[in-house]
Design a protein around this ligand. Structure first.
Ligand SMILES: [Zn+2]
Length: 358
């Protein structure tokens, strides 16, 4: 019998442990202690000076915290199985409203990231972790680790690798950005985020089926690596865009695409707020952020374009392509305009549960 106390993780905590253990959140080697947390919230850097824009926290209730305080080592379990170890360094709490304002730009509970942050238990445990067992939660099991991805890129001889974050079935605006990347890089790493989602989001199955129809049949398979990233959306807009870039750096990408309203939700952030923050850290991230405009379909140009490539931005002929509209159309069982989403992608979704909570 183990002498160490046990802490049962929920799925989100387990996925965080796994990302830390795999190096996806490097240079973090554990859940944040108070010094790291405070530095990240206030300066978007770790005490070492490394840019890191979002907290990575292990939350517990006060009773559990009291039990763990006397231990130098804690067994972390998920679903009754030993999945990792924690070496607690400190226990702390925070005043949530000012922290939420710093991270999300608001403390309004109508913001899903804020609501999640407030729902965390009162005590945060900081300390180094060891991953013993990877998460295997159905399709969420993303096999490609940061090390695997780096090895794959090296085998392919790629030097300039562009990372692409998404949580949607691919439409023509995504494809436009991906082709820009493919045009001047050695290869593209498309890594949909498939962690726990909100009702109404696309299921991981739908996103992966959609990409299955795009890569190979439209985008050249030998120039695209498709992976997945099982972590949850924090909806922290600009801070999360930089966080996403840091993660893709750890997977071996040299460049990362940040488009319009990256990691945004509702109207909480400006269209290009994430570009501004990424620009602030330029040269300091170990990865270059490609700040790209949001593509739309232009009837006059007869193709997908952006405000930088077409003279008709903001006019009636510029038809917005956005994920929310696509979702609505697919919910109604209709076929989206083929100029906005490829029929082959739509066909690949047949029989697949499309939305979380359906
Ligand atoms: Zn045009």
């Amino acid at each position: 019998m183990s002498a160490s106390p046990q802490l049962a993780l929920n799925l989100l905590q387990y996925l965080e442990l796994e990302k830390i253990g795999l190096g996806a959140f490097s240079p973090l080697d554990g859940f944040m202690d108070e010094a790291q947390f405070t530095a990240v919230v206030e300066t978007m850097r770790l005490p070492s000076g490394a840019v890191f824009t979002l907290p990575v926290l292990l939350d517990v209730d006060t009773e559990v915290a009291a039990q763990l305080k006397t231990s130098s080592e804690v067994d972390l379990t998920y679903d009754g199985e030993l999945v990792g170890r924690l070496f607690p360094r400190d226990f702390f709490g925070c005043d949530r409203a000012p922290v939420a304002r710093a991270i999300f730009g608001t403390d309004d509970m109508g913001h899903p990231g804020v609501a999640h942050f407030f729902s965390l238990q009162p005590v945060f445990v900081g300390g180094r972790v060891e991953l013993i067992k990877r998460a295997e939660v159905g399709i969420w099991h993303d096999k490609l680790t940061p090390e695997d991805a780096r090895t794959r890129f090296a085998e392919l001889g790629w030097k300039r690798i562009v990372g692409f974050q998404t949580r949607n079935v691919p439409h023509r605006a995504h494809e436009y950005l991906q082709r820009i990347a493919l045009e001047w890089s050695d290869g593209l790493f498309i890594q949909p985020l498939i962690g726990q989602r909100r009702n109404g989001d696309f299921t991981p199955e739908a996103v992966l089926k959609g990409y299955g129809a795009l890569v190979g049949d439209f985008l050249p398979a030998d120039r695209v690596v498709l992976g997945t990233l099982s972590t949850f959306m924090r909806f922290a807009g600009p801070r999360e865009a930089v966080f996403h870039a840091i993660i893709r750096r750890n997977y071996g990408c040299t460049h990362f695409i940040v488009g319009r309203d990256h990691a945004g939700v509702g109207n909480w952030y400006g269209k290009y707020d994430a570009h501004a923050l990424a620009h602030q850290f330029e040269g300091d991230l170990g990865i270059e952020v490609l700040r790209l405009s949001g593509p739309y379909y232009c009837e006059t140009c007869d193709g997908v374009a952006t405000e930088k490539t077409c003279a008709h931005y903001g006019t009636d002929v510029a038809k917005e392509i956005n994920g929310s509209d696509m979702r609505r159309i697919l919910v109604d069982g209709e076929a989206p305009d083929p100029r906005l989403m490829r029929p082959e992608v739509v066909a690949a979704l047949r029989g697949v549960p499309l939305f979380v909570g359906d």
